[in-house]
Structure formats: C-alpha cells, structure tokens
Design a protein around this ligand. Structure first.
Ligand code: ADP
Ligand code: MG
Length: 716
C-alpha cells in the first residue's frame, strides 16, 4: 500500500526554517543537524529543562547541584591555582548582603577576565552551584554586567527574555548558545503557535482539563510564572500533558478506524459444529485450562462473525497456545476451508508440524510442511495438492507467504511469534484468501502500554494460566568459579533420565568465534565433563536436514545434552528436558532469556535454568540476571525489560512498528495513553467522517500525521 500524502492544505507549518527571521544559512545548517527542518519541527522542539529566573536568590540561599541565578558585587579577583598547584585558575569572589561565593575559570583569557570583573563590578551570575564542604563555587558562570548606577529592576525590565521568568533550556548542538537559540525560538513560537488550529474536539479537551494546541505549545516553551518547576521538569505539567494527549489521541484514532475498517469488511462466517474438536478433546490426555477455554471462546465468537477476525493471542511460553491454534484450525476445516500456519524458523515450523500432524492424522485430516530446503519435486507436489484443496493445514516459514503458494480456499491464517514478523506479513497472508480470519500468537509478553500502541488494531486474548502440575522453574546464577556446581546439578538430572540444553550466544559481529566456542564446548563436554552421555550440537549454520536430524534425535532421547546456539529459542518442545545451562548469560536480552528458559519446565518434574555470565558484565546485564533469578512471570519480566531498556529499544523500534513520539513518553504517560485510547475509540464510534465538517478536519489531521505509517488507506 503506498503511503498516503497529507490532504491538509499546505500551511506555514510546512515551510522551511530558512523563512524564519533570525535564521541564516549558518544557523539553519546547525538546526538541520538537530533534525529540524520545518516550522512545525521547530514548534515541537521543546525544552528538555527549565531554568528558574523568576527571582534572584540571595547568595546564602543558593542550592548546590542546581542552576541558579544570583546578584553579587566583585570583592576580590585574581589568578591562583588548585590546592596541589596542579592547575592554574582565575577566581572571582562575589558577595551580596547575605554571603559570599567563589567563581572559577579554568580555561580563560586573563586580561579579558580582569577587565570584565574588576573589584566593585556588579553583575547577575548564572551557573550550577557546586559545594565542597562548606565552600560553594560556580565554574564558568554566565554573567550579565550591571553599570554602577543601574538596578536589578532595570535589568529585569530591559531584558525580559532572559530575566524575571522561567526560561526554557533546549537540547542544542555545538555552535549554538542557549541565549541565541532562545531569542530565535521566542519569535518563532510567538508568531507560529497562536494561529495553530485546535483540532481536537473542545468537549474532549475540557473533560480532561486540557488546553488547546496553541496554548500548549506556547506555554511548553515559555511557561507562565505561576507554573510549578517540578512539574515542568518531570513533563507532568498541564501543557506538556496536553501535547502528549494530542499525540496519543490521533494515534489511537487511527488504530480505532483501522479496526472499524476491518469490522466493516465482508469475511467468512464459520459455523461451529464441533465435528473435530469434540473428538480431539476426548483424545487429549489432559483437560483444557480455563484460560484456554475462555480464549477459544473469544476466537469462536470472532470466527462466527461475518467479518474477518483480527485477534492477537498472548500467552507465556508453555501456556498452551498451540493447542488453541489447533482447535481454531479445526473449526475452519470443518467448514471446508484450509488453514495456513506461519512460523518464524524452520525448526519451529517442523515442531508445529509434528504436534499438529499427530492429532490431525487421528482425525483423518491432512497436514503439509512447506520448507525452504525441499527438493523441487517435493515442493511442486505439495503446491499442487494445496492448490487442489487436498491439504487441510499448511505449515511453514515465510515460504508459505511466497507468491507461488496458492490455496484452494484459505479460511484461517495463523502467525506464530508475531514479534518476529511485521504488519506486512499479516497483509500478505490475508490476500492469500478472500479475507480469511487472522490469528496472531505471541509468547513475548508485552506490557500493556506497548500493546495498546503496537497492536492497537487487534483484539487481544490472553492465556494467563499455566497447565496444571507445572512446577516453577528454579533459576540459579553461577559465577565462573562455581561452574562445577552447575555441572553436578546437570549430572543429577541426567542420572534421573532427563535431558539438558547448553546454550551459547551467537551474535553477528562475533559469529565466527561464537560458533567456535559452541563447537569446542560440545567437544569438551562430551570428552571431559559428561563422558557417559551423548552430546549433540545444533546451530543456525547447519543445513536444515542436519538440524532436523539432531532435533529428532534429541526428541527421541538419543541425545542427552544438546549444545545449541539460540536456534532453540522459540517453540521447541521436549518435555523430558529439565535443565538448561546458559553460557555468557549476560550477553542475552531479557526477552531472549525468558524464551530460552521456557524450553524447560514443560513436564511435571522440577526444572532448572542455570545462568553462567562472562567474567565481566555491565550493570544492566547484572539487573537482567537478577530479574531472571527472581521471577518466572513473563509480564513482570517484560515490564522490567521496558524499564531497563526504555521503550525505543524494547522491541527493536522500527521493525516492530513502534511509532516515534514527538512529545509522549510511554513509560511516563501510560495513564494518558489509556484515556486517549478510550476517547479516540468513542469518537470513532460516534462520528460520521464523510458528512460532518468538523470531523473531516480531524480525519485530515490524522492522515497527515499517521496515514503512511499506519497504512490507513482504507479510511481515506
Ligand atoms: P505455547 O505454544 O504456549 O508455548 P504449547 O502449546 O507448546 O505452549 O504447550 C506446552 C506444553 O503443554 C505442550 O507439551 C502441550 O501439549 C501441553 N499442554 C497444552 N495444554 C495443556 C493443558 N491444558 N494441560 C496440560 N498440558 C497442556
Ligand atoms: Mg508455541
């Protein structure tokens, strides 16, 4: 889908910063470095701090650690040096009636300073106050000189831009000074903010005590004097929050409309007759958990609707999503439709194939596995029988999405581990049939904030319960010097007839040495540590056939210890494996560690995850390891991950489609996101876009802001 262009009338906002008074080519080049090209960019280039220059503080009351503004008279001045004569410096002692303070320069031109600060000179100083015991100093302060007969009041009056108010402090690049920048920005904001139209409906603003865009922008740059500095600095003030709301509202409105668009489309209305699901239920060695039942209920409801399903199924590793997917598949199949299941890796596709085929065969249904590594002949045969409708369930990697794959009648598309795919793949799958239902599964727990923005156009079901009888996995951290303890724990498990994983990291820039490490470790483990056991090696560079052989040998118990790079991260299901040792555990991300750990603890036995970090690791890595030791709860891990890494990196921003916000901060503004979401979804329900003039404005603004990024063509 081509990105939409804005239909909003060209406005002053789109104009280049060249056209702004006070910005010459020199300054413009610097602004470009900050990513500022248009007037709109500039309006949204907000202060990252504020400086309180409403009143001057007496010197006695200056607080260490803060940027302060104070008045003083020069009492003494001259060159001197640091305590052990290491460095020359220039010192100026100033005082007012309350106290004295020392100003210091370490890089200076002596004659210039001498001239500027003779004894008796009065000035206003600005700088960060440092405290060394009882002494307070300011290094390299800014100063505004006062002539002998002028007063403070006069200064405040003559320079109202820099005194007597709360000043913005902007993120800058080299070669621009705050003072210069402030001057340009003051004019720019004064001229361009007030005419900004208030597009958000008034009722919504007043309901949440928010102000129109023009006011919000203006006051965020130049807060009124009665503002709270603490709120401003935390971004929790009224004006900044209004901007955040504005940003969230349009995003959520886009998602709401996208969802509505899907709901208006004609889809398949399935009948649920339980022709296969009842027999399957009888064959299963266990009962579905309540959570599985509830989620299946959601899915059935969706499938019965005459509109396409677009549902996200979230559930922690091992919570039983696969079985739910199988049940949903059977409903499509009993209606005479085919099902496609797309997995991110060949190993996982094969794993799914084995699980599904086991049951499908018993029900007299046909399953096919499409693989990149198939011979041309086998592939052709498979494609033919898929096109002829002889195969009910087709499983594969993105090979399934390729053009040559034609379905007879695709009714349901399932995407496993959505976080590895983009929005595109969902679209491709959809076009393989006539608006088939789509079920997306993920074991990557996503904090609520993020799922509201990432998957906002999907309905969400969560399996929040583990199958009964599972014991919590015990996670232990071993430093290198206790490696033998880790091995002896593995030995105990092997003696009981269980199996083990040993996992090595593999990152692209040290791929070769990582592979060598894993290969060498496999040899060493086999020869020295576990001579009585069989050790196998699995890594991403092997051919698929080899990988499959190793996996099935492990599954069948012919291999006791599987040394692997992270190819086993998702989906692999060998319940008899009860212990996993992760080498260089500090090099893995939290989500990855959690996924890996989920490979054990799949049977009724107590399972273990043993973490051995590198000799040295970062503070963040230490936090991650602690989180792993302290909890098994995927959602808590996700929250911690979000906190440690920040939202941008959390899912690898762009690939995962997480939007960039100009003002909003997902960690700080969760509450407002939820409010904006509610309002936006209500608004979408209640408004008729095509007739109502006011909402046409809203729609145009929406398209201008998010149209391309959210693929909102359908709502144009
Ligand atoms: P997920 O895909 O959510 O990671 P799986 O579907 O692979 O989880 O299920 C993990 C294991 O739990 C599988 O071996 C599966 O057979 C088993 N299982 C699924 N549902 C139940 C249940 N209700 N009771 C007991 N075991 C179950
Ligand atoms: Mg799974």
């Amino acid at each position: 889908m081509p990105p939409l262009t804005s239909r909003r009338a060209p406005s002053r906002l789109d104009e280049s910063l060249e056209t702004v008074r006070g910005i010459g080519p020199h300054v413009q080049a610097k602004l470009q470095k900050l990513g500022l090209n248009t007037v709109e960019d500039a309006l949204y280039h907000l202060p990252h701090r504020y400086e309180d220059r409403r009143q001057l503080q007496p010197i006695a009351r200056l607080r260490p650690g803060r940027q302060e503004v104070f008045y003083g008279e020069v009492l003494a001045a001259g060159e001197t040096h640091t305590s052990r004569k290491r460095r020359r410096l220039y010192e100026v002692i100033v005082g007012d009636r309350s106290a004295q303070i020392s100003l210091k320069w370490f890089r200076y031109r002596k004659d210039w300073l001498q001239k500027r600060f003779p004894v008796g000179q009065k000035a206003v100083f600005i700088g960060e106050v440092k405290s060394y015991g009882a002494l307070r100093e300011v290094h390299h302060p800014d100063a505004e000189l006062l002539s002998a007969d002028s007063t403070m009041e006069q200064l405040f009056k003559s320079d109202p831009l820099n005194f007597g108010r709360i000043l913005p402090v902007y993120p800058l690049t080299e070669g621009l000074s705050q003072k210069q920048f402030r001057k340009i920005w003051y004019q720019l904001v004064e001229q361009n903010a007030p005419p900004l139209p208030s597009i958000l409906p008034r009722e919504i603003l007043s309901r949440h005590n928010l102000v129109p865009l023009a006011t919000a922008i203006q006051a965020s740059h130049w807060p009124p004097n009665n503002a709270s500095l603490t709120e401003l600095e935390q971004g929790r003030d009224h004006w900044r929050q209004s901007l955040v709301f504005d940003e969230f509202f349009f995003l959520e409105l886009g998602l709401a409309l996208k969802r509505q668009g899907v709901q208006l489309e004609q889809g398949i209305s399935f009948n649920v007759e339980h022709r296969y699901t009842i027999p399957l239920n009888k064959m299963l060695p266990f009962r579905l958990t309540d959570a599985q039942r509830r989620v299946l209920g959601d899915i059935k409801q969706d499938m019965m609707q005459p509109h396409p399903m677009n549902r996200l199924l979230q559930g922690d590793v091992g919570s039983g999503k696969t079985l739910v997917a199988l049940m949903a598949s059977l409903i499509a199949i009993e209606n005479g439709y085919q099902v496609a299941l797309v997995a991110p890796t060949e190993i996982l596709a094969e794993q799914h194939f084995l699980t599904f085929e086991l049951w499908m065969e018993k029900l007299g249904l046909k399953t096919a596995l499409l693989q990149g590594s198939m011979t041309a002949k086998a592939r052709k045969e498979a494609l033919l029988s898929i096109a002829a409708g002889e195969i009910h369930l087709i499983i594969g990697t993105h090979a399934v999405l390729q053009e040559g794959v034609k379905f007879h009648r695709l009714g349901l598309g399932i995407i496993d581990e959505q976080h590895r795919f983009g929005v595109r793949q969902r679209g491709t799958l959809k076009h393989k049939g006539q608006n088939p239902d789509i079920l997306v599964m993920t074991a990557t727990p996503i904090p609520r904030t993020l799922s509201l923005t990432l998957y906002g156009d999907l309905s969400v079901s969560v399996i929040d319960q583990m199958p009964p009888g599972r014991k919590a996995i015990e996670t232990k951290l071993f430093r290198e010097n206790r490696r033998l303890d880790a091995y002896s724990l593995i030995k105990d498990e092997l003696k009981k007839g269980r199996q083990a994983y040993v996992v090595y990291p593999l990152v692209e820039d040290s791929e070769k040495s990582d592979l060598q490490a894993a290969t060498a470790a496999a040899k060493q483990l086999a020869a020295e540590v576990f001579p009585r056991n069989t050790v196998g090696l699995l890594h991403g560079r092997m051919k698929s056939v080899e990988k499959e052989q190793i996996m099935s040998a492990f599954r069948d118990g012919q291999i006791d210890i599987l040394v692997a790079t992270t190819v086993i991260e998702v989906g692999v299901d060998v319940p008899n494996a009860s212990v996993m040792l992760i080498e260089h555990a500090d090099r893995f991300g939290l989500a990855q560690l959690h996924q890996l750990r989920g490979r054990v603890g799949r049977g009724a036995e107590q399972s273990y995850c043993l973490l051995i970090p590198s000799q040295q690791y970062s503070e963040d890595a230490g936090k991650r390891l602690q989180v792993m030791v302290s909890t098994n709860d995927g959602f808590r891990i996700a929250e911690a991950d979000l906190e440690i890494r920040g939202p941008g990196e959390f899912l690898g921003t762009r690939q995962a489609g997480l939007p960039d916000f100009r003002v909003a901060n997902l960690l700080r503004d969760v509450r407002l996101l939820e409010v904006a979401r509610q309002e936006a979804f209500n608004y979408a329900r209640q408004t008729d876009y095509l007739t109502d003039n006011k909402s046409r404005e809203v729609r145009e603004e929406l398209l201008a802001r998010w149209g391309g990024r959210l693929e909102l063509a359908a709502i144009g």
